[in-house]
Design a protein around this ligand. Structure first.
Ligand code: ADP
Length: 293
């Protein structure tokens, strides 16, 4: 069971090329699609979710050709969109029951079993009689996953799910995603690098509609070992340093600026640092923007 994208391209009527020849094989488990705002992540998610057509290329999931068999894909799809809205005055139970009915679960007793199981799985059972308008951000997202899981989907798409969640809610949401992904394909789009580092066995980085890097997070991180260097800098120093060496990112550490540099040789005044996925991410973005320039 895998999702195979080949040469997927999409240009919007306003001329923006949101997807430019995207080729990816997304295996079973959790796959992280990482990229800055405007990279094309949502465009890709919406295309796979059959919500918009692509201009060229092909998308196949488990024997289903998505463009010509959108209904078949929808039968096995669970989707949590970026702007998942809820009816504020409806209770969690009623809303999920209604959505289950829309998904074709007609028989009342069976449907109620499904709704009960999903509320339990997402830790919302005790809140089943509360109105959705009173839910916290994390609870809303867990409810979003509950509705995405109706009908036992094989392909689950979650678009920027942890933006705006506090650390405890994020942790809880991560655990839920990790459990779900054991037997299905989960495509997780995010601009938060640590979400991917924490959760995903495979990943790709998208920028300007193109895949600029893909692979296993640990292997990609290992591949830049020995080439990342760090140094604390002041704002004034940073300007001068940036002219001398390729600064890929500046992090804030305990109120100070820490510059990370990608270079084959140790630059003067810098010390070696064990890279993490953020270094991979910023190095690949900086290499791709240089290539584009
Ligand atoms: P991401 O999800 O990575 O932030 P998007 O897929 O939302 O990226 O956007 C990719 C590019 O396509 C951006 O330049 C965005 O402004 C543009 N875009 C997205 N949706 C539309 C649309 N419906 N019409 C025109 N341009 C769009």
């Amino acid at each position: 069971m895998e999702l195979v994208l080949e040469g997927v391209s999409k240009t919007y009527p306003n001329g923006v090329k949101a997807l430019d020849n995207v080729t990816l094989t997304i295996p079973h488990g959790m796959f992280g699609l990482l990229g800055p705002n405007g990279a094309g992540k949502s465009s890709l998610m919406r295309s796979v979710a059959t919500l918009q057509a692509i201009d060229s290329g092909s998308m196949k999931f488990d024997g289903i050709d998505i463009a010509s068999q959108p209904d078949k894909l929808r039968d096995v799809l669970g989707y949590l969109p970026q702007d998942f809205g809820v009816y504020p005055k409806v209770t969690a139970w009623d809303m999920l029951d209604h959505l289950a009915q829309l998904k074709g679960l007609g028989k009342r007793s069976e449907r109620h079993e499904v709704v009960k199981a999903l509320l339990n799985r997402t830790n919302l059972w005790e809140h089943r009689s509360r109105r959705l308008g009173g839910f916290s951000g994390g609870m809303k997202q867990r409810f979003g996953i509950a509705q995405a899981l109706i009908g036992n989907p094989k392909l689950i798409i979650v678009d920027e799910p942890t933006a705006g969640l506090d650390p405890a809610e994020r942790f809880r949401f991560h655990n839920l995603l990790a459990e779900i992904s054991e037997d299905v394909v989960v495509l997780l789009s995010t601009h938060i690098v640590t979400d991917v580092a924490d959760l995903c066995r495979n990943m790709a980085i998208l920028a300007g509609g193109k895949v600029i890097l893909s692979g296993h997070p640990l292997e990609l991180t290992k591949a830049i070992e020995g080439r990342i260097w760090k140094r604390f800098v002041t704002a004034e120093e940073l300007e001068a340093v940036s002219k001398e060496v390729p600064v890929i990112a500046v992090r804030r550490v305990a109120g100070r600026r820490l510059a990370h540099v990608f270079a084959e040789q140790q630059p003067h005044g810098f010390e070696a640092v064990t890279p993490d996925l953020e270094d991979v991410y910023f190095q690949s973005l900086s290499a791709s923007s240089k290539k584009a320039a």
